[in-house]
Design a protein around this ligand. Structure first.
Ligand code: SAH
Length: 335
């Protein structure tokens, strides 16, 4: 299959165009477009006509169709984008000049977390690196999180390529520490990601015992909590400046007790990370409920007493189903 233009690296473009200067000009042009053209122009400044024509003929340019766009009262925007046969959701979360783009890596998901709306879609297909990059080019931001639909570690070749292109010069040139890839805890993929990428990892821990974790995330019971956290500790020896995230979704009566908070603090000893506490975002059919705001605050306070660097991620975009774990094309189907 012909390669997709947005997923080519600077080196690959330099080879194809026969010059690094032309490749730089093309990348500048590509990432400066305010809206994605449906078709590529016949000429681009800084590129010889012939080299550009050859590259255009050899590669595919297939930007998504905008199926829907919704904005929540807090400014969060959810895009429904159609790539050929599949529609996926991408979210932009605004923050004073440093917007975060939340990218989907699969249509549906290969994993089956009991508390996540995306799993109700089943697994449809992996997205290509170009499809991930197009999501970024539509939503635009200075930070990227791979926390939309899908399990990135199950589509790692494409995710690594997308991260590579996102962080390359001259554009879009995101900082490696501004790109975070989130995983439900697929250990072999995590180890490969940590050795091959400079970006950050977010581990969705969500429980403090392997029993509770197996109920919430049955597909990851192969890998015990301790083994997942050890991977982050080991990485700290090789990359002492890299910081990771631990995601902990709070469910009423499941993982939100003081005993959980104490166990969590114990587990995180020596793990160089920031903890994000995420009250469960409910969706129709979810068997779980979020704790009360007061309980969330108490859990947070207890983590602070244990001197664990932590933040509560109060939901953004919940009423348009754009918050964590709510991406399931519901609003899109109605649109
Ligand atoms: N598969 C990856 C990335 C997608 S999920 C992963 O599991 O990390 C992104 C984040 O949303 C994860 O931390 C996950 O635990 C969280 N999440 C999933 N469903 C949720 C829900 N209903 N409410 C709150 N957070 C949820």
């Amino acid at each position: 299959m012909a390669p997709q233009l947005p997923a080519l690296t600077l080196e690959e473009l330099s080879d194809e165009l026969g010059s690094r200067t032309r490749a730089l000009a093309l990348l500048h042009w590509l990432h400066a477009q305010p809206t994605l053209p449906r078709e590529l122009p016949a000429r681009i400044d800084g590129l010889s006509h012939r080299a550009w024509k050859t590259l255009r003929e050899k590669t595919v340019w297939a930007p998504p169709l905008h199926v829907a766009e919704q904005q929540s009262v807090d400014g969060t925007t959810k895009f429904a984008l159609r790539f050929g046969d599949e529609t996926v959701e991408t979210v932009r979360i605004p923050a004073k000049g440093r917007d975060t783009v939340c990218i989907s890596s699969q249509s549906g998901c290969t994993r089956r977390c009991a508390f996540c709306a995306t799993q109700t879609l089943g697994f449809r297909r992996h997205l290509t690196a170009a499809e991930m990059l197009f999501q970024f080019m539509v939503a635009r931001g200075r930070n990227v999180v791979f926390m939309g639909m899908g399990e990135p570690m199950d589509n790692l070749d494409e995710v690594l390529r997308a991260v590579n292109v996102l962080t390359q010069s001259p554009a879009p040139q995101l900082k490696a520490q501004s790109v975070t890839v989130s995983t439900s805890g697929v250990l072999p993929g995590m180890l490969r990601f940590l050795s091959e990428s400079k970006a950050s990892l977010a581990l969705s821990l969500n429980a403090t015992t392997d029993e509770t974790r197996a109920q919430l995330m049955p597909h990851t019971k192969t890998w015990p909590i301790q083994a997942l956290l050890q991977a982050l500790r080991d990485d700290a020896k090789v990359n002492p400046r890299r910081e990771h995230f631990i995601e902990y979704v709070l469910f009423a009566g499941v993982n939100d007790t003081d005993a959980d908070a104490d166990r969590l603090a114990g587990l995180l000893q020596g793990v160089p990370s920031r903890l994000n506490l995420i009250p469960h975002n409910p969706f129709p059919g979810s068997p779980y409920r979020p704790p009360t705001d007061e309980r969330v605050e108490q859990f947070h306070a207890r983590m602070r007493e244990h001197r664990i660097l932590s933040l509560v991620r109060w939901p953004r975009g919940r009423e348009i189903a754009a918050a964590c774990g709510q991406l399931a094309l519901r609003a899109t189907a109605a649109a």
